[in-house]
Design a protein around this ligand. Sequence first.
Ligand SMILES: Nc1ncnc2c1ncn2[C@@H]1O[C@H](COP(=O)(O)OP(=O)(O)OP(=O)(O)O)[C@@H](O)[C@H]1O
Length: 584
Amino acid sequence: MTLFKVLSYGKGFKGQAIWASICSVVNKLFDIAPEILIGIAIDVVINQEDSFVAALGITDPKQQLYLLGVMTFLIWAGESIFQYLYLRNWRELAQKIQHRFRVDCYGHIQKMDMRFFEDQSTGRLTAILNDDVNQLERFLNIGANDILQVVTSVVAVGAVFFLISTKLALLAFTPIPVIIFGAFYFQRKAEPRYAEVREKAGQIAAAINTNIAGVATIKSFTKEDHEQQRIADISQQYVAANESAIRISSAFTPVIRMAILTGFLATFIIGGLDTLNGELAVGAYGVLVFLTQRLLWPFRDLANTMDLYERGMASARRILGLLDEPIRIKDHHQAADTVLSGSINLRDITFTYESQSKPALQDINLTIKAGETVAFVGQTGSGKSTIIKLLMRYYHAQNGQINLDGRSIEDISITTLRSQIGLVSQSTFLFNASIYDNIRYGNDNASETQVREAAQLAEADDFIARLDQGYQTLVGEQGVKLSGGQIQRIALARALLKNPPILILDEATSAVDNETEAAIQKSLKKIAAGRTIILIAHRLSTVVHADQIHVLDHGQIVESGTHSKLLQLQGRYQQLWHIQTGQV
Ligand SMILES: Nc1ncnc2c1ncn2[C@@H]1O[C@H](COP(=O)(O)OP(=O)(O)OP(=O)(O)O)[C@@H](O)[C@H]1O
């Protein structure tokens, strides 16, 4: 059951949960006590020297009242103290559990392979980490306490009732089964509606996220009205889902109220008749009438609690569902931490993306010696970047094996593997921080001098120096405040700062001008020694100096060799070269 799974999540906080529960129960007992004191007070003023308190040894009615006054004070003070304690403890517990859920969920998401992200929208994941976790927090804040206090009132008030009059106890208790049945009925009805509400909330977040990220495209196609309408439609679906839940949840309280009324009227009238007949003491009658309220009234709040519970559990199911997503690419227990020299071997690699029917790579066999500079070229969609994704273990090839330094890639720990590959991918991502921090992301221990050296190698130092804020310039979200070529150079500097034995540049300089690219080429030559470099580029001038160039076509390597050897082959490479040099 979802609730138990949620509670088991708070295992480390068991002590605090028990203490919070004790505080809730004690507070409820203090809360009920004044009603009993009122009955005793009525008994004192009516029966005076023959009252219940007199039987305890205090015969003076005035002193009896003073005693009741002191007791009332103590009880109220006790109630207040325990209210403070239970509120504080439940809220603290809710904070700890929601924090753990959020952090664990985020940690889990980070471990998921790239295939998982293809089927997910960022908005949906954000909604789970934010809205759903907050929703659960709201339930944990007060829900557990509410449930505990309802149970405490039923048990404590029930005991007092049975002590005074079994007949009235049975009458007062008759509405309870109806109320509980109603609560379960409500829960069954509300559950799917709240699940729908959470789903719609996720869809809104997803749509808004996508639209804000794509706002420039929306503007350029003047689709603002269209998008406004689309968001309004999704928001309307959220409203409709909520309205459906509201209809059922609003009906609950009035129904419960009527059930409570029957119990109250029974005590009120039958208890009154018994008192008139002398079968029940006036004080006892007073206690029962007040206590019926105490017994039944909390059930009215049960509606809110159930509402909160349903919303909380709908959120919890989404959170737990995310946490249950299997991590497909992970270290096996003997995965080693090893220093790589940079030799790479792909044997019989065939890989198909899950959503595709045709393989993106087929029977790829190649060897890259440590220290070599190797290039992949070929038409768009021919599979070049896919090789890199397999090398980074973003995906797992269905067939074949990849070895680094003669060791299967799966026997190397993922952290070791990725920390020794410097990747500048096509879709460069910069954080909304300063240029300095973005470059330093490649190596947290780098000194300022090292950061500048990396920027110089990437031909970025000059343009950074010309910016008003220099290295402290904030790049904006995803680097929006920089040009495409500037972003690429910062990304290159970041990868170079990592000083990795394997450097992969996937269209890393596609957006820089020819002159700057030539300068970057020179820098790369300087740092190439003792490093394996993999280049992917459409602009063949970027790769002409590579030790080995592999030409890919429809997921297969169709030609391999140096630039001059490939030209002599007069095949696909030569065709590409002629197209680019204008010889056709
Ligand atoms: N995440 C993905 N899910 C499904 N198919 C994909 C995915 N990524 C790439 N593909 C498909 O795999 C094939 C190879 O893509 P890949 O990105 O490796 O090509 P590429 O040679 O790097 O292309 P480009 O030069 O345009 O970058 C393409 O047909 C592409 O549509």
